[in-house]
Ligand binder design. Structure first.
Ligand SMILES: Cc1ncc(COP(=O)(O)O)c(C=O)c1O
Length: 450
C-alpha cells in the first residue's frame, strides 16, 4: 500500500526556484510609478527593496539558484511532507484520491517562511539593518520575525487592528522572535494618522498596513520594506512548494488532475501550482483552482485593471484583479485572505483562462475545516480551510460521477492561533458575509487613470 506521507530527503530538496515569467502566454504589463504613472525602473524600487530582490522581480531567467544560506535554514523544516488524506477520502466515500502538501510544519506554521528567509537573506547581504512589513492574520509577520531573528535584523510589523485584537498569541509569537508589533492604523505614520483622522475606530486593512510599513521603510536609510505575497519574487521563492510536490508525486508515479490553493495575495497558490504549468502548456489536462472568500472576492468579482497596491497610494501601481485600493473587507477570520488585489502573475493566468476561481462564505469553509481536523488531525488555518472546502467539493463531484481523480491541495498553514474562530463556529456565531455589489462598484470608481 502507498505510504501515507511521501517524504523527500534533504538531498532531494530542489536547489533552484522556478520563475514562470519566460513561460507566460504573454508578458506582464509593467508596474507603474504611483506618482508619475510611468513604468518603474529598478532604481525607483531601490528605496523599498534590496537590489537582489528587484532583479528577481524583473528576471526572465527560468531557474534561479537558492543560496546555500537559505537552503541551510530551509532544512530546519523542509522538504515538507506530501500526505495522502485517506481518512478524509473514507469519510467522504469518494473514489478520488486526495493529497495535501503540508506547509504547516514550518516554525511559524505556514508557507510564509519560504520567502521570509529568502528576503531576510538578500536584505542582510546588502547591509540592511531593519525590515518593516504588514501582517493580516499574523502568519506573515511571524514568518518575517522568525527570519529576521535568524539573520540578526530588526523587524517592525504593522498588524491589521482587527487581527491584532483577535489574535494576541500571534503578536506574542512575533515578539518572542524579537519583532516590534504595532496595530494598524497607527499614529506612527502619516498614512495611519490620516486614516485615524477619518475613522478612529477603523478596523484596518492590509492596504492601510502596507502604506504604513512602506512609509516607515522609505523614511529611514537603514530599513527596507518586505511584502509577504503578491510580488513576483515572493512567488518565485514559494515555488519550492510546487517543485517538491511534483517530485513527491513523481516518486509514487501519480499524475495530478486538480491542484487547489487558497488565495490572499496569491503566493501559496502560485508557488504550489506554477511548477506544473509547463506540463499544462504541453497539453496535460491539469485544472488549477484558486479559492477566495466571498467577503473579499478579488478574482471572482474584481476587475482586471491597474490599481495601487496600498490604500495611501504610495506603493507601485500594478495590473491585477482588484476590488479597489480603498476596499475595507469585513472582519472575517481568514485575515490573510483580505487583500484587495492579487498577484499580477496569477491575475494574468486567470485572465487567460488557465486558472479557475471559486469563492466561499465562512460557515461552509469551517465545516470543511472541522471535517479535516476530525479525520486527518491537523487543525487548518482559516485561510487553508478555503482550499480544503474546494478539495472536498471536487471530491464529492467525483463521487457523484464515479471518477477516480487525483486532487492535490496546498495545506498552507495550521490554525493553532486561530482557535477563537473555531470557537465562534462551534457556538454558531460565524456570519456568512458576501461583499455587496454596490460597495464593489463604489470602490472601483477610484481606480487610477493610466
Ligand atoms: C495560512 C495562510 N494561508 C494562505 C494565506 C494567503 O496568502 P497567500 O495568498 O499569499 O498565500 C495566508 C496569509 O496570511 C496564510 O496565513
Amino acid at each position: 500500500m502507498e505510504e501515507t506521507r511521501i517524504n523527500l530527503s534533504e538531498k532531494e530538496m530542489p536547489r533552484q526556484w522556478y520563475n514562470i515569467q519566460p513561460d507566460l502566454p504573454k508578458p506582464l504589463s509593467p508596474p507603474l510609478h504611483p506618482g508619475t504613472k510611468q513604468p518603474l525602473g529598478p532604481q525607483d524600487l531601490a528605496p523599498i527593496f534590496p537590489m537582489g530582490l528587484i532583479e528577481q522581480e524583473m528576471s526572465q531567467q527560468r531557474w534561479i539558484d537558492i543560496p546555500e544560506e537559505v537552503l541551510s535554514i530551509y532544512k530546519l523544516w523542509r522538504p515538507t511532507p506530501l500526505c495522502r488524506a485517506r481518512r478524509l477520502e473514507e469519510a467522504l466515500k469518494t473514489p478520488a484520491r486526495i493529497y495535501y502538501k503540508n506547509e504547516s510544519v514550518s516554525p511559524a506554521g505556514s508557507h510564509k517562511p519560504n520567502t521570509a528567509v529568502a528576503q531576510a537573506y538578500y536584505n542582510k547581504k546588502e547591509g540592511v539593518k531593519r525590515m518593516t512589513t504588514e501582517t493580516g492574520a499574523g502568519q506573515w509577520g511571524s514568518a518575517l520575525a522568525f527570519a529576521c531573528n535568524l539573520f540578526g535584523l530588526e523587524c517592525q510589523v504593522y498588524m491589521v487592528k482587527v487581527s491584532f485584537q483577535q489574535k494576541p498569541y500571534r503578536r506574542m509569537l512575533m515578539e518572542t522572535w524579537g519583532a516590534a508589533v504595532t496595530p494598524s492604523p497607527s499614529d506612527k505614520t502619516d498614512a495611519g494618522r490620516s486614516i485615524l483622522a477619518k475613522d478612529l475606530n477603523s478596523p484596518g486593512s492590509l492596504g492601510i498596513a502596507i502604506s504604513e510599513a512602506v512609509e516607515d521603510a522609505v523614511k529611514r536609510d537603514d530599513s527596507r520594506y518586505s511584502l509577504g505575497s503578491v510580488l513576483n519574487h515572493v512567488i518565485l521563492h514559494q515555488t519550492i512548494v510546487g517543485l517538491e510536490t511534483r517530485a513527491q508525486l513523481k516518486k509514487i508515479g501519480v499524475d495530478p488532475d486538480i491542484l487547489i490553493g487558497c488565495v490572499g495575495g496569491g503566493s501559496n497558490f502560485s508557488g504550489f501550482c506554477f511548477p506544473f504549468f509547463p506540463e499544462k502548456k504541453q497539453g496535460k489536462k491539469i485544472r488549477f483552482i484558486a479559492v477566495e472568500p466571498t467577503a473579499c472576492p478579488t478574482l471572482t468579482k474584481g476587475l482586471y485593471r491597474y490599481d495601487y497596491g496600498d490604500t495611501a497610494q504610495i506603493a507601485p501601481i500594478v495590473k491585477m484583479y482588484t476590488l479597489g485600493h480603498n476596499f475595507v473587507p469585513a472582519g472575517i477570520h481568514a485575515g490573510g485572505l483580505r487583500y484587495h488585489g492579487d498577484a499580477p502573475l496569477l491575475c494574468l493566468l486567470y485572465d487567460e483562462g488557465l486558472v479557475e476561481a471559486v469563492a466561499y462564505t465562512q460557515n461552509p469553509v469551517f465545516e470543511a475545516a472541522m471535517l479535516f481536523a476530525r479525520t486527518e488531525g491537523t487543525i487548518p488555518a482559516p485561510e487553508t480551510a478555503h482550499a480544503i472546502r474546494a478539495a472536498i467539493d471536487e471530491a464529492l463531484k467525483c463521487k457523484e460521477k464515479k471518477e477516480e481523480k487525483v486532487i492535490v491541495f496546498n495545506f498552507s498553514g495550521h490554525g493553532h492561533f486561530d482557535m477563537s474562530a473555531y470557537d465562534a463556529f462551534l457556538s454558531k456565531k460565524l456570519e456568512d458575509y458576501e461583499h455587496p455589489e454596490e460597495k464593489i462598484k463604489e470602490a472601483l470608481k477610484h481606480l487610477p487613470q493610466v
